[in-house]
Design a protein around this ligand. Structure first.
Ligand code: ATP
Ligand code: MG
Length: 270
């Protein structure tokens, strides 16, 4: 985090993979819910114009009057953009289609890549005392994802347990390297998490083996199984952890949250 950051102890994690449908949003929603369940004040920034993360946390379209776009544009105070959800310790900045990268390009600002970082680091964010801020990225390496990488302390990459899963990674890693070389030298790779894992499927096992061989400790021990509860939950406007707390999917995200917490240096109170 930059030296002048007033965000105190909040750790900012971008959930990114330019490949579509790999489990970014499912991971964002349920990791947020799992961290919150462990007592962490957690904010999910919906940075995808599809707005799926907002839906999954129960924010109706009609309640998306102030959105991530307004937050990025600097038009509103954090207190107006951040919504408390019905889930304890879970906050969200919702998105709508106005957050298309084309709209962001219209913001005539040479600091276009720094919009999210600057918005998150304004002093008035401090009152929320967030422990974690997760960013659900769109399936693209566009200006929105660049904003997330510039704002984040680390990037967490969901990897679908399917053939070709690893191939897209090098592109993402190049973007990470670019951002490190310019705007955010301290950006870390938090880790890679295998999603939609099917232990009965040889292909899943093979992808896991490849990933662990190539990426070693970067791969989380936790595997997120393919689990229908995870895909059903958003249509009930809630994280799987609330929809079916005992489901395999919910348990896996709890385990992922624990693994994440165990990897962090102790958070100093603030
Ligand atoms: P996009 O790139 O479009 O933003 P995404 O990477 O955010 O997609 P998700 O929306 O999380 O991916 O998941 C894609 C689809 O797969 C969704 O229908 C979701 O419900 C389903 N899905 C994700 N993870 C799992 C899982 N572990 N088990 C079963 N279904 C899953
Ligand atoms: Mg998504």
């Amino acid at each position: 985090m930059s030296a002048n950051a007033p965000l105190g102890r909040a750790k900012i994690i971008a959930i990114a993979n330019q490949k579509g449908g790999v489990g970014k949003t499912t991971t964002s929603i349920n990791l947020t819910a799992a961290l919150a369940e462990k007592g962490c004040q957690t904010l999910l920034v919906d940075l995808d114009p599809q707005g799926n993360a907002s839906t999954g946390l129960g924010v109706d379209q009609k309640d998306r009057v102030i959105t991530t776009y307004d937050f990025l544009a600097g038009d509103v105070a954090p207190g107006s953009a951040i919504q408390k959800t019905e889930f304890e310790n879970v906050y969200v900045i919702p998105a709508t289609t106005d957050l298309s990268s084309a709209d962001i390009e219209l913001i005539s600002n040479e600091k276009r890549s720094f919009l999210l970082r600057d918005a998150l680091h304004q002093l008035s964010m401090d009152v929320f005392k967030f422990d974690y801020i997760l960013i659900d990225c769109p399936p693209s390496l566009n200006i929105l994802t660049v904003n997330a990488l510039v704002a984040a302390d680390s990037v967490l990459v969901p990897l679908q347990s399917e053939f070709f899963a690893l191939e897209g990674l090098s592109q993402l890693m190049l973007s990470v390297r670019d951002v490190r070389a310019t705007a955010n030298p301290n950006l870390r790779i938090e880790g890679v998490v295998l999603t939609m894992y099917d232990s009965r499927n040889n292909l899943s096992q093979q992808v896991e083996e490849d990933a662990r061989q190539n990426l070693r400790d970067l791969v989380f021990k936790t595997l997120i199984p393919r689990n229908v509860r995870l895909s059903e939950a958003p249509s009930f406007s809630m994280p799987a952890l609330h929809y079916d707390s005992a489901s395999k999917g919910s348990q896996a995200y709890r385990q992922l949250a624990q693994e994440l917490l165990d990897r962090q240096p102790a958070l100093t109170g603030g």
